[in-house]
Design a protein around this ligand. Structure first.
Ligand code: MSK
Length: 625
């Protein structure tokens, strides 16, 4: 049966997005939704994970009539191998991002950079202590070097132990050891996945799934956690502050620069350059009233959390932001940057500038940033944007609506400080049922789903049930635009959560950061579990990636489950061709790691599933007896 064509109103819930999709259609600019339509219907074999392209005896397609590939791999093995590589790519992405922070910290420690320094010395000392690095008698630079060197080992295979495993509750560590899924070295386990999934190596679907869990745990408690903690040490640990979101953050009379991708290494330098007094003088000469920096996706989350830089939008808003015609320059680092942004930029005067040698874009201008040149490269880029303001065609400019205000900056340090320095008030609120549980709503947008519909409805339904939301990644823009990240949104929560939020002056949806910052949620769960003397799987918590699309999001989902956190997905990964792998994901893992996945595209039903899970956990803890 042919699928009915979707109208613009079926694509997104937002007025700013609808206005820009109409503008794109009028101006003949192709967007992600057009390309999705061109690609549909998708190959059913690929959707179920039943294709294999790993060798040239194939490619093979597994079906009832042809149940084995040329090498003999059946549906289970074909799905498990390809899912293993899928999550390994996700773990590699976060972890390589974390590595860039380690390299920067190492350069600071060796005195090889004047562009970067330590902003949170107290956190550096705390982290050193947690990962077993002696700080006594060391200068800050010496300590930075020692911490960096210890983390370099986390990537390798010399000490077979990740520093942040010190945070994991003992019961969980014992379980991982029993199952053989304790991550040993971040790179080692990822590379081993590539090896295992070569034809003729690991040919057991369950064994591959367990190794997938190990790889993802190395991401969550390794690469991502390193990325988060070192970003705080170098750029400052976020504290609560106000920000703004939606396309209305762009300015008609200023030179607009968008930062996009994931790493704060580039965007923080750009922010310094934007605030440079010389640059401020130079911009006045162009007729622009100033330079306006705004964020997209997770680079946007990083600078929103730390500096309150406004957020233009999430993944599906990236093309639309350029379509406003008001963007002088878009500066990208890596991950989630649609290659189409180069072509969309070409339809306007927008300069598309890449910065990482590992993320080049055909047709883009490349200005490489590294720890020795970042300051001067940032000034160069800002000058390119200033100069480009004169090329803007004001007749093409259309900036929709006013921005929405939000509250951001809820690092774990900020949350604990709001609670008086200890998790006890939160635990008391959990025990009293004022806060019945907590859910991390994380992740991307996917054009197959109505943009931000599942995110926002799910959050509204959960807060009504006195469930606190922690939000990261692209889900953040959704919650912000919906007004759920303002303290006033407490009025939409159940009576218990409302009272807690009002007494602390916080919203019921707390922004904890970017994709790598899901590690903050893992850490907070560990702190609660350790304080209560239970395992993470015993807590009344859950995770949800309602509109996910990426390999990274799948890795996050799997490290959450393997850490004992029940995880909802709005749509399934490409695994449904294997009964063994699907059954393991949707139920079997519960008996293995104490949590599993649930797939549900309807946000109302998803809220019921999560609520039921939290009720079960509360009862087991004796909280709802
Ligand atoms: S940016 S991984 S679309 S959350 Fe982290 Fe957004 Fe998903 Fe990328």
């Amino acid at each position: 049966m042919t699928k009915a064509k979707r109208t613009i109103d079926d694509l997104t819930i937002w007025d700013d997005a609808i206005q820009m999709i109409r503008k794109a259609q009028k101006e003949g600019v192709e967007t992600v939704w057009d390309r999705l339509e061109q690609q549909e219907p998708h190959c059913p074999f690929c959707e179920k994970g039943l294709t294999c392209q790993k060798c040239v005896m194939g490619p093979c397609r597994i079906s009832e009539k042809k149940p084995r590939g040329v090498c003999g791999a059946d549906a289970d093995l074909t799905v498990a191998r390809s899912f293993g590589r899928f999550v390994a790519a996700g773990a590699a992405s976060h972890s390589d991002h974390g590595r860039d922070l380690v390299e920067t910290l190492h350069a600071i420690g060796r005195g090889r950079t004047t562009n970067y320094k330590i902003l949170d010395e107290a956190k550096l000392k705390r982290i050193a202590d947690e990962i077993g690095v002696e700080s006594t008698g060391k200068s800050i630079k010496e300590l930075a070097l020692a911490v960096a060197e210890s983390m370099i080992q986390d990537y390798g295979f010399l000490h077979n132990n990740l520093g942040f495993l010190s945070r994991v509750p003992q019961k969980r560590k014992d379980l991982w050891n029993k199952l053989g899924i304790t991550p040993r070295g971040i790179d080692r386990d990822i590379v081993e996945m590539m090896h295992r999934t070569h034809m003729g190596v690991d040919s057991d679907a369950v064994s591959l799934c367990l190794h997938s869990a190990k790889v993802c745990l190395g991401d969550g408690w390794g690469g991502s956690m390193i990325g988060t903690e070192l970003s705080d040490i170098i750029f400052g640990t976020p504290t609560p502050k106000m920000g703004k979101v939606n396309l209305g953050v762009l300015k008609t009379d200023q030179s607009n620069i968008l930062v996009h991708g994931h790493s704060p290494i580039v965007s923080e330098m750009l922010l310094n350059a934007v605030n440079d007094p010389e640059i401020k003088k130079e911009v006045q000469a162009t007729g622009a009233r100033g330079i306006n920096m705004a964020g997209l996706c997770c680079t946007g989350n990083e600078v929103l959390m730390r500096k309150g830089i406004p957020m233009a939008g999430n993944h599906l808003m990236t093309e639309l932001a350029i379509i406003t015609g008001a963007v002088e320059l878009i500066l990208v680092d890596y991950q989630c940057i649609m290659p189409s942004l180069v072509q969309v930029s070409d339809c306007y005067h927008t300069k598309f500038v890449s910065t990482s040698d590992k993320a080049l874009f055909t047709g883009a201008e490349h200005v490489e940033f590294n720890y020795t040149n970042a300051g001067s490269q940032a000034l160069k880029v800002v000058r390119m944007a200033i100069e480009n303001f004169g090329r803007r065609d004001q007749t093409k400019v259309e900036i929709p609506q006013e921005p929405v205000e939000l509250m951001t900056g809820f690092s774990n340090e900020a949350i604990l400080s709001a609670l008086g320095g200890t998790p006890d008030p939160l635990i008391e609120a959990l025990k009293a049922g004022q806060v019945r549980g907590a859910v991390g709503i994380v992740g991307c947008n996917n054009p197959k789903l109505k943009h931000d519909y599942v995110h926002t409805i799910l959050a509204r339904e959960l807060i009504k049930k006195d469930i606190l939301i922690l939000v990261t990644g692209c889900a953040t823009s959704a919650m912000g635009k919906a007004g759920l990240m303002m303290p006033a949104a407490a009025n939409q929560a159940g009576e218990g959560l409302k009272a807690v939020c009002q007494s602390l002056g916080i919203p019921p949806v707390l922004h904890v950061g970017s994709c790598v910052d899901n590690a903050r949620i893992l850490h907070l769960c560990a702190v609660l579990a350790n304080t209560m003397g239970v395992d993470i799987a015993d807590l009344p918590v859950a995770a949800s990636a309602p509109e996910w699309y990426s390999e990274k999001a799948a890795a996050i989902g799997l490290y959450a489950v393997a850490s004992g956190i029940y995880t909802h997905l709005g749509l399934p990964p490409n695994i449904t061709g294997s009964e063994t792998v699907t059954n393991l994901a949707l139920g079997g893992l519960e008996d293995v790691v104490g949590a599993c996945f649930a797939v549900e595209p309807d946000p109302f039903k998803a809220a019921e599933l999560i609520d039921a899970r939290i009720r079960t956990k509360r009862t087991a803890l004796g909280l709802d007896a």
